[in-house]
Design a binder for this molecule. Structure first.
Ligand code: HEC
Length: 398
């Protein structure tokens, strides 16, 4: 009953939202209402699937010269606290599970003599240049499959740059920092789709490594959500009955069963928990809340609409008392970065607060605001931006 009621409210608010949307040509990031037209958020199937059809979009190269010049060494030193269970950083420091990392910048990969590297690392080849460190630290297993560093990676570019800038200082004779790229590097190849494609997939052009990584992650996410799109189009926006039907799949959670969408956040979470997959920070391990909305421009949850999904999350957390979850907040790329970072954090915190108020242990929920990072759709269309304004969740530990 509360479900249907919620949908009706959502329908009404949605209609208002759509009118506002029509009027709102300048509001950009200020217009933050996140009423999905139908469950799943993915209201614009055409633009979404055309993303997939046209292949990766050209992305400018990562300018390590600029990024590292602006990085914060002190923050990097703090961040490597996460590495100290396996690595030492001082000159002549002990070997732990991983090799000593003094002077690692521009060192040969697998280059500490006496450390027994995995075959994958020993055979990786080349030096730890800035781009390779960046790509490795973002997702160690993806960059060197089979390597033995059992660490999920640093998802935020800022964190990676701070860490690399810190590593760079750990040398009697630090390697030169890269030069900022020339302006020409940022001019997209003129009308050369084929070349853009080749670039985005290029595997050994070092400076492109991060862009490649990013393009791939975006593509993965789109694929991941492809089937959801199809489901979503089938339901006309106004048709509340269809919306209700879309939630009608019953998901077994221990000995309780709850209703959700086949591709909704509940199904994905439960499937993950029941699998033997390790928690990970890759795009494929994050699931988007499909029935969660906030009041426009604020971090106030619209509980009339959001309560049923939050109830479901509570049921799941009760059924699996060992899991902890990470909630990520995201915005589109319009508006001020600072405001977007704050809003996305506040929204992730609001979801946590609502769940804690419902009795979920505070220490089981972690939050982070990523602002416009990690878009799942193009920010060039309103539909894409609406998809990017979201709350995601992943299993953090089990
Ligand atoms: C759970 C343990 C663990 C954690 C945590 C960890 N590492 Fe590692 N790291 C390893 C192991 C083991 C290797 C060797 C990998 C191999 O041989 O395949 C390694 C290798 C590396 C290398 C390559 C070194 C070389 O000599 O080729 C770098 C660089 C590195 N780690 C950086 C980091 C940073 C920076 C962090 C923290 C942000 C971190 N690691 C966190 C275990 C860890």
């Amino acid at each position: 009953m509360s479900d249907l009621f919620g949908n009706k409210i959502a329908g009404t608010v949605l209609a208002t939202g759509l009118v506002l949307l029509g009027l709102n040509t300048v509001g950009g990031a200020l217009f933050k209402t996140e009423k999905p037209e139908k469950p799943g958020y993915f209201v614009e199937v055409t633009s979404h699937s055309s993303d997939v059809d046209t292949g990766p979009v050209w992305e400018p190269p990562t300018d390590y010269g600029v990024l590292l010049a602006n990085a914060d060494v002190a923050k990097g030193e703090k961040k490597v606290g996460a590495c100290t269970s396996c690595h030492t950083f001082e000159q002549g420091g002990a070997t732990k599970q991983g090799p000593n990392l003094y002077d690692v910048v521009m060192r040969d990969k697998g280059g500490v003599s006496g450390f027994s590297y995995s075959e994958a690392m020993a055979g990786a080849g080349g030096k730890w240049n800035y781009a390779d460190l960046d790509t490795y630290l973002a997702d160690p297993k993806a960059f060197i499959p089979g390597n033995a560093m059992n660490y999920a990676g640093l998802r935020k570019e800022d964190d990676r740059m701070n860490v690399i800038a810190y590593l760079h200082t750990l040398s009697a004779n630090p390697a030169p920092l890269p030069e900022p790229l020339p302006a020409e590097a940022f001019i997209p190849p003129a009308d050369e789709a084929a070349e853009g494609d080749a670039d985005a997939h290029g595997d050994d052009h070092a400076t492109d490594a991060a862009a490649t990584d990013h393009a791939d992650a975006t593509a993965d996410t789109s694929e991941d959500h492809a089937s959801l799109d199809t489901t979503a189009t089938d339901a006309p926006a106004e048709d509340v009955a269809d919306v209700a039907t879309a939630q009608d799949i019953s998901i077994e959670v221990g000995d309780v069963s709850l209703s959700g969408a086949a591709d909704g956040v509940e199904s994905k979470l439960v499937a993950f928990i029941n699998s033997d997959k390790e928690p990970c920070t890759d795009a494929e391990c994050w699931y988007t809340f499909d029935r969660l909305t906030f009041n426009t421009g604020s971090s106030d949850l619209d509980m009339g609409y959001s309560q049923p999904q939050l109830d479901n999350i509570k049921v799941i957390m009760d059924a699996y008392p060992d899991i902890t979850l990470k909630l990520g907040g995201y915005t589109d790329n319009t508006g001020e970065l600072e405001g977007n970072m704050a809003l996305s954090q506040a929204r992730a915190d609001a979801v946590k607060a609502a769940l804690v108020a419902m009795g979920v242990g505070e220490d089981r929920l972690f939050t982070e605001g990523y602002g416009p990072e990690h878009p799942v759709a193009s920010n060039d269309t309103e539909e894409g931006r609406a998809q990017n304004r979201r709350i995601d969740v992943r299993v953090r530990s089990r």
